[in-house]
Design a protein around this ligand. Structure first.
Ligand SMILES: Cc1ncc(COP(=O)(O)O)c(C=O)c1O
Length: 375
């Protein structure tokens, strides 16, 4: 956004800030609880200018450890609903700038979720043609969102005959599309350095500036590893001692993981992306699908934040590691997307019982922290 970075208000409590607003100014009763910042909201020059400068929110209730400072970086507040607005916009803006994309170009990408939505948002704004390659497991809601932005959707119906997986079949379809059209561009988020760069220039810079560099542990969900890599490279460049915890899914092949079934979209990878080939993080923490559900439910009930599956996983990784943290440790968890697209999975008791084998009672106890998270 063209506005200055987030004001450094992160350490003040929202209650304290609201009180000072009420004391200093005469506010109509109906608006008293609304403003939590003393600065007027910036005006964005178009929707893409509204990407970034997402809120950093103190989470006082999630952990039962008042001596720790936990913050959530609400990437879910980006206009397309996720952290992927940043790389989608950066990859295409750079391609436009370098003349790789023009009004006649067909942009093609294999994605069934947040990246696709971020790309569709950009292409709609710039009047560009975007074709998204999806497969039968893509959520109907996401296909509807892509259609609403004016994107073309090409659904691969059969998995790759050799490997049996849909990802390979989708990438094959991308290649066929590139080969059969004269003017195409493939952002390829899994290999494109503009993906991590968008987080280095945005996400982590905003976090560090909001906290004046006071950050001990950063928890980031991984798939392309773009977010975690971009954050880590900024921290190292600025010689900050923050440790980066990559939170990956059980069943993901990243970081030498064993391939297995995964039901939470966005988190983990079934194939190692080129971006991840030579990268390592300070610590890897693996979370189960059920831990993602427990984290999302706990976040919604304790903090009033409705976030998607990977955010729940990241917060449960924080909760698991909390007993080893000395008092006053400052942690930030990146909350990558909104919970509204998970209402019929993560937030649906019947789905959790059927797919993850956890009864509503067992789930409730895990969310409250009175029983361990086991199916
Ligand atoms: C909800 C969600 N969380 C986390 C990630 C992982 O981010 P990255 O691809 O930057 O590793 C993704 C990626 O698609 C995602 O959609």
């Amino acid at each position: 956004m063209s506005a200055s970075p987030s004001p450094p208000v992160a350490r003040q409590t929202s209650v304290a800030r609201q009180t000072s607003v009420v004391q200093q100014t005469t506010v109509e009763p109906s608006t008293r609880s609304a403003p939590s910042t003393q600065h007027p909201a910036a005006v964005a020059d178009g929707i893409l200018d509204a990407i970034g400068n997402t809120p950093l929110v103190r989470l006082r209730r999630y952990l039962d450890r008042p001596d720790l400072e936990l913050y959530g970086k609400l990437e879910l507040a980006n206009p397309g609903g996720s952290a992927k607005d940043r790389p989608a916009t950066r990859m295409l803006a750079e391609a436009l700038e370098r003349g790789l994309v023009g009004p006649e170009t067909l942009i093609v990408e294999s994605s069934s979720g947040n990246t696709a939505i971020g790309l569709a948002q950009f292409c709609s704004f710039h009047g560009l043609r975007f074709r998204c390659i999806v497969d039968p497991r893509t959520q109907k809601q996401n296909i509807a969102i892509l259609g609403a932005y004016g994107a073309e959707v090409d659904c691969v119906t059969e998995p790759d005959p050799l490997t049996g997986d849909f990802l390979t079949a989708r990438l094959e379809r991308v290649q066929q599309t590139l080969d059969s059209h004269p003017n195409t561009f493939w952002p390829n988020q899994y290999a494109n350095p503009d993906n991590p760069l968008s987080h280095r220039l945005g996400t982590i810079r905003e976090i560090v500036e909001s906290l004046d560099g006071r950050l001990d542990l950063l928890f980031v969900a991984t798939s392309s590893t773009g977010t975690a890599q971009g954050c880590q490279s900024y921290l190292r460049q600025h010689r900050l001692e923050t440790r980066v915890v990559a939170v990956d899914a059980k069943g993901s092949v990243l970081f030498g993981g064993q391939r297995g079934e995964r039901r939470i979209p966005g988190l983990g990878a079934g194939k190692e992306p080129p971006l991840a080939a030579s990268v390592s993080f300070d610590h890897i923490e693996r979370v189960s699908d059920l831990e993602c559900v427990v984290g999302c439910r706990r976040l919604a009930r304790r903090e009033g934040i409705l976030a998607g599956g990977s955010s729940g996983g990241v917060l449960e990784a924080v909760r698991r590691m909390a007993p080893e943290m000395p008092r006053d440790t400052v942690c930030v968890a990146i909350l990558a997307d909104r919970g509204t697209r998970y209402l019929d999975t993560v937030f649906d008791d019947a789905w959790v019982e059927r797919e993850l084998g956890c009864s509503p009672d067992g789930l409730q106890r895990a969310v409250e922290g009175t029983a361990p998270t086991t199916a």
